[in-house]
Design a protein around this ligand. Structure first.
Ligand SMILES: Nc1ncnc2c1ncn2[C@@H]1O[C@H](COP(=O)(O)OP(=O)(O)OP(=O)(O)O)[C@@H](O)[C@H]1O
Ligand SMILES: [Mg+2]
Length: 418
């Protein structure tokens, strides 16, 4: 008689295996630190199975196979699920996302980041474009100032943030050396940093009559305005991000259609900081035409994945140079821009030839895109137009009202003149 009773008391002591829903709930505590959200809401857990004896199998899809966070995710999944008393074993079935799934996850991560981003002094209507590359010396700074100037020449107010805190070159490339000033502005208890301003004459033949339309303006901020050129800045990673943070926070940017950010070489802290502070930043990746840039391509794509910033285009720089006799010389190889664009799955916005005028414009502090007649200047202006019209149209122009007003003004002017 005592046997059935014993069985019953053992039944009560064994905790039943968790339900599949309960395991999903536990997994919500596992955060992908790079994507800043839990693995369940990111869609990284396609399946969970639980046997009656408490053996749990968790399917995890990584954004890429060789994800460096794999070991950490494994540890977190095992420890989170194992806390449930009904669990006997935990096994992970690894998988890799398809490119569609990956882009969905990135969209979610971007959305999460935007929800939690701290406030900055950059207006919400500003289109933010960061110019980055997989390696140094490929022309990021030259591309930044030339595109910023060419966009400003279409009548826009364009910020240039030199995020290359150590190796700043924007002041020289734009021929500005005034120190930055701080001023008290209305509505702020602390003095605010006022960017250096550089008016840009409106380019001819763009949207209506030149004299009628407002000129463009560059608003420039760089550590180069705070220290002498050649001064070694011994700043560590944390301070680098702090400096960029301060430029986003404490600069009185005011009205701004675009913000171009010249990224430092390398892929580390500054980009992650930017992703946290301004997650709506779009990346333009600069590459040389060398086909051996595959490694660089992989690094650039990985950099974008880690910071989940959207890559909106590739620009090839130092492309084939054509001499006065029409002969073309591909000094730095051929096809690298196209290969990178295909690998990342974004358009190749242009190929800027290797041309002495680009370097000379940099030395003179006058971007070649403003006045140059050569192929490089023309290509810079073409890319600037693509940015304005397709890649990152200005937010204020969304309803085309500003453009329409310009057209109406031009028409009235033509009428008056007739
Ligand atoms: N299309 C071009 N034709 C000729 N020279 C160029 C071209 N693009 C850039 N250069 C020159 O190449 C050098 C490196 O360019 P730049 O400083 O813009 O590169 P970067 O990627 O910003 O470098 P870093 O990684 O050090 O910041 C400069 O001397 C610049 O004048
Ligand atoms: Mg640079």
């Amino acid at each position: 008689m005592s046997v059935p009773g014993n069985y019953r008391s053992i039944d009560f002591m064994i905790t039943p295996a968790p339900t599949v829903e309960a395991v999903f709930e536990l997994l919500r505590a596992v955060i992908d630190p790079e994507l800043g959200a839990d693995i369940v809401s990111l869609g990284m857990v396609p399946e969970v199975t639980v046997s009656p004896a408490g053996d749990v199998q968790v399917g995890i899809k990584l954004t890429i196979g060789g994800c460096p966070l794999r070991a950490q995710i494994k540890k977190d999944v095992e420890s989170r699920v194992a806390v449930h008393p009904g669990v006997r074993t935990v096994r992970i079935e690894w998988g890799e996302m398809t490119s569609d799934e990956r882009s969905q996850v990135m969209t979610k991560a971007r959305w999460n980041a935007r929800e939690h981003a701290p406030a900055t002094a950059v207006p919400t209507t500003t289109r933010v474009l960061a110019i980055a590359s997989g390696k140094g010396g490929v022309g990021k700074s030259s591309v930044t100032v030339n595109l910023a100037a060419a966009v400003a020449a279409q009548g826009f107010t364009v910020g240039v943030l030199d995020a290359d805190i150590w190796g700043f070159s924007v002041p020289r490339l734009l021929g500005i050396d005034e120190p930055l000033e701080a001023q008290r502005v209305q509505g702020s208890d602390k003095p605010r940093i006022i960017p250096n301003e550089l008016p840009v004459a409106r380019a001819l033949g763009t949207h209506g009559k030149p004299g009628l339309l407002k000129p463009g303006l560059l608003k420039v901020v760089s550590t180069g305005f705070l220290v002498e050129e050649g001064t070694a800045l011994m700043w560590r990673g944390l301070m680098l991000t702090k400096a960029v943070e301060q430029f986003l926070h404490d600069v009185e940017w005011g009205e701004l259609d675009y913000l171009f950010i010249d990224m430092p070489p390398g892929t580390g802290d500054v980009q992650m900081g930017l992703a946290r502070m301004l997650p709506r930043t779009d990346l333009l990746i600069v590459t040389t035409p060398a086909l051996a840039a595959q490694k660089v391509a992989a690094r650039a794509a990985d950099m974008a994945r880690r910071s989940f910033l959207r890559v909106c285009g590739v620009i090839e720089n130092m492309s084939a140079f054509t001499c006065d006799h029409g002969e073309s010389y591909a000094l730095f190889g051929d096809g690298g821009g196209q290969a990178l664009a295909e690998q990342v799955g974004v358009p190749l916005l242009g190929r800027i030839p290797l041309e002495a005028a680009v370097a000379a414009g940099g030395d003179d502090g006058l971007p070649v895109s403003l006045t140059g007649e050569g192929a490089a200047a023309t290509e810079f202006r073409k890319i600037a137009r693509q940015i304005i019209e397709e890649v990152a149209p200005p937010t204020n122009m969304a309803g085309c009202s500003a453009r329409m007003l310009n057209l109406v003004a031009a028409a009235l002017d033509a009428h008056d003149g007739a």
